[in-house]
Design a protein around this ligand. Structure first.
Ligand SMILES: [Zn+2]
Length: 318
């Protein structure tokens, strides 16, 4: 399939939002890094492809609208966080986990998912519209994309995915094993309905790693956590769109995604609590007798039933 270089005659967003918007340093300038990399000496890796909200400077309109979308969507200081732009709170979460358990490596993006979607295969990496909050909204800057601009976006995409691949490859080589834990956040509401669960774990295949993380989450959070939430990766509906499965197979590195409701990351206290919770869970997995089995795509143990809430109908990929 070819990249989504959709041509449309009319595409406009009317969403004035809060009266005051200060985008600060939203502009990504030439030679600015497109990702942040932290190297530790453990086989475990945190990946966070949706942490960024920056947009290349020349993709910001004269009226200050990044990609023709409302400027307030990109303001990190506003409490109304539009999930289309990025997984708000995850950049700060990765930073804090890096401080708590610095031996765990991490890679996180600086660039908005609206510029290019690093979580997906390149064929699906341009987002022409959003249906996150109800009827589909057209993203003006993601239509009628010039060849030059498409290659600029591809360069950002390639830089991130190559760095992630190299990180996993290096770790696999050094430790004879690696595991990739992706961190994401989701909005507290979906199409006007509140999302009851605070944390979800989702993955394409059952592995020892997925099993241990699920058990740890249920132990600590009870029914505030859910399996295959806020969308189900195991039923195959996203398998050909998301980039992770092929990377996981290439390096025999198990992959799990932890999704956090973003109100758990909004103020300093909850952010610290969530960072400590996840750091504890990762630390405990390293002490588990089955830890070595977490470092390849070993199937989960059949003898241990998971006790998490059942998966609910899938939502859009967060
Ligand atoms: Zn995400």
């Amino acid at each position: 399939m070819k990249p989504q270089t959709t041509t449309v005659q009319f595409c406009e967003v009317s969403d004035p939002g809060p009266p005051k918007t200060d985008l600060g340093d939203v502009a990504l300038r030439e030679n600015d890094p497109v990702y942040r990399l932290h190297r530790g000496n453990s086989p475990l890796i945190l990946s966070a492809p949706h942490t960024g909200w920056k947009v290349p400077e020349h993709m910001i309109d004269r009226d200050g609208s990044p990609l023709g979308a409302p400027a307030w969507w990109f303001d990190p200081k506003l409490p109304q966080h539009r999930h289309e732009v990025c997984d708000w709170g995850t950049a700060e979460l990765v930073e804090r986990i890096n401080r708590l358990i610095p031996h765990i490596s991490s890679i996180s993006s600086n660039v908005s998912r609206l510029v290019v979607e690093k979580n997906r295969k390149w064929e699906y990496a341009i987002t022409p519209e959003s249906s996150e909050y109800g009827p589909k909204i057209c993203i003006p800057g993601n239509h009628n994309i010039s060849t030059k601009q498409l290659s600029e976006r591809k360069a950002i995409y390639d830089a991130y995915t190559a760095a992630e691949n190299d990180l996993i490859s290096d770790i696999k080589h050094a430790h004879n094993g690696a595991a990739n834990i992706a961190l994401h956040s989701f909005a507290p509401e979906w199409h006007g309905h509140g999302r009851d669960y605070e944390i979800g774990i989702t993955y394409f295949e059952d592995t020892t790693l997925s099993e241990l993380i699920e058990h740890a989450l249920i132990e600590r959070m009870g029914r505030r956590a859910a399996s295959q939430y806020p969308y189900n990766l195991k039923n195959g509906q996203f398998s050909d769109k998301i980039a992770a499965p092929s990377l996981s197979q290439k390096h025999d590195a198990p992959f799990v995604m932890i999704e956090i409701r973003n109100d758990l990351l909004q103020d300093l206290q909850r952010l610290e609590e969530t960072a400590e919770l996840l750091s504890d869970i990762i630390h405990n997995i390293q002490q588990n007798p089955e830890y070595e089995q977490c470092l390849s795509r070993n199937p989960a143990s059949k003898s241990r039933e998971t006790a998490l809430s059942p998966a609910i109908p899938a939502y859009g990929v967060a």
